[in-house]
Design a protein around this ligand. Structure first.
Ligand code: GDP
Ligand code: MG
Length: 163
């Protein structure tokens, strides 16, 4: 049984914010500018007495306009090869994008558990948008706010169940 959890998703969805919350650190750089986290960051998360490793796969080249489908594919494939579980992070305020659809297709074919996470669900109003995420074909979305921590407890319980 391995215990590496990879956070994947397009730029600016909050991967580094979630990484920092899970690892209780400010290790990963959080920025409004898409593509700020260039390198893969590793950390440890502890929850209800269990520990696992987390990787922030932020290395999405320069900025979102310059990112080619091939680069997305590469990053996601690396994550599926090295991790035991993938958190596919989306932005509930933005809804499902073409990018999300592309990444979901790769993840559906991968032979590891994937949890669909709709981030930026800061209040109840935001969660109305969750139903659109079913079209990604990855099951129920976990609505969380990486910024406030809302919903992350249920997500962590599920991660431990699957690892
Ligand atoms: P990354 O590019 O996926 O690593 O995204 P970042 O973690 O750098 O976050 C991108 C932006 O989204 C930053 O301005 C964050 O403060 C913001 N952000 C991250 N999580 C949340 C959240 O749960 N709610 C809101 N409203 N903003 C968030
Ligand atoms: Mg980042």
């Amino acid at each position: 049984m391995g215990n590496l959890v990879a956070i994947v998703g397009r730029p600016n969805v909050g991967k580094s914010t979630l990484f920092n919350r899970l690892t209780n650190s400010r290790q990963a750089i959080v920025s409004d500018e898409a593509g700020t986290t260039r390198d893969r960051q590793y950390g440890k998360c502890e929850w209800t007495g269990h520990e696992f490793s987390v990787v922030d796969t932020g290395g999405w080249v320069v900025n979102s306009d310059d990112i080619f489908e091939e680069e997305i594919r590469k990053q996601v494939i690396i994550a599926t090869e090295e991790a035991d579980l993938v958190l596919f992070l989306c932005d509930i305020k933005n809804g499902v994008t073409d990018w999300d659809m592309d990444v979901a297709q790769i993840l559906r074919r991968a032979k590891l558990p994937v949890l669909l996470v709709a981030n930026k669900a800061d209040d109840n109003k935001d969660t109305y948008g969750q139903y659109e995420f079913y079209k990604l074909g990855l099951g129920d979305p976990y609505c969380i706010s990486a910024a406030t921590g809302s919903g992350t407890g249920d997500l962590l319980d599920k991660i431990l169940e699957l690892l």
